[in-house]
Design a protein around this ligand. Sequence first.
Ligand SMILES: Nc1ncnc2c1ncn2[C@@H]1O[C@H](COP(=O)(O)OP(=O)(O)OP(=O)(O)O)[C@@H](O)[C@H]1O
Ligand SMILES: [Mg+2]
Length: 277
Amino acid sequence: MLPDAHIHLLASGLGHRFHRGRAKALDGVCLTVAKGEMVAVVGRSGCGKSTLLHILAGLLRPDEGRVCIDGAEIVGPSARYNMMFQAPSLFPWMSAAENVGLGLRYAGLDRSAIRERVGELLALVGLAEHGADNVQQLSGGQQQRIALARSLATRPELLLLDEPFSALDPFNRAALQTEVRQIARSLGLTLIIVTHDVDEAIVMADRAIVMAAGPGRIVAEVGIALPPDRDRHHPDFGRVRDDLLGRLNEAGVSSTEPPFSPPARSGWWAGMIGRTA
Ligand SMILES: Nc1ncnc2c1ncn2[C@@H]1O[C@H](COP(=O)(O)OP(=O)(O)OP(=O)(O)O)[C@@H](O)[C@H]1O
Ligand SMILES: [Mg+2]
């Protein structure tokens, strides 16, 4: 158990049912995350990972239980916790810099403060030279970096990532996994990432939570005791992978399960680039 002073996020007894008569999407989910800790959520498609993340982000009110950040209950979205999705969902008619600065405009910052902060963020994600580019000119990996910079613009304390790299090629994916972990560490961010990729969980997280379906619940937890700067060639990497795969198998998740293809999206964000249809 963490001492109270170190608890950043506390979820207790979370339960949610989307349809009466169907299994609960979540049941009895309890989770404690320390400040600056990085947690991966893994589990079979449909076991409730995104539902959990939406609740933690204040985008969905659970039927049961509650979530607190620093002791205050989450009752809706906030700039203190930002969510990043599989698709970067950028506005195609805006430049990279305008996309990054969008939240700052809504927060009422003046132009020079926005320009300065956007410059810092573009440098942080390695795209200092691309601020004026239209986002449609950027590669998938660069677009996801812009989405990351936009998520960080309002200086959130908690970043919630729902399979953010699954649409990227292996090279960009590996680079972003390492970079996002480094950025989160340097900013002291708490990070919760949903992934289907066991290696991604090990590269990015300090701890992995294993979920199972019917009802969606947490069935295991695996500590990832590797040096903070993750190296896939570390002699213990394979042991941690075997441990996590073993827990996933116990939870009824096959390691050969094909990656999830999200359903087509509709709604106000459907016109944004980078969406998966
Ligand atoms: N908006 C919704 N309306 C109705 N049912 C939903 C909704 N969102 C999720 N569900 C159901 O809740 C359960 C959990 O879904 P969720 O999207 O959280 O799973 P997941 O673990 O994120 O899956 P995946 O790995 O495929 O993304 C599923 O049975 C799903 O069909
Ligand atoms: Mg999901």
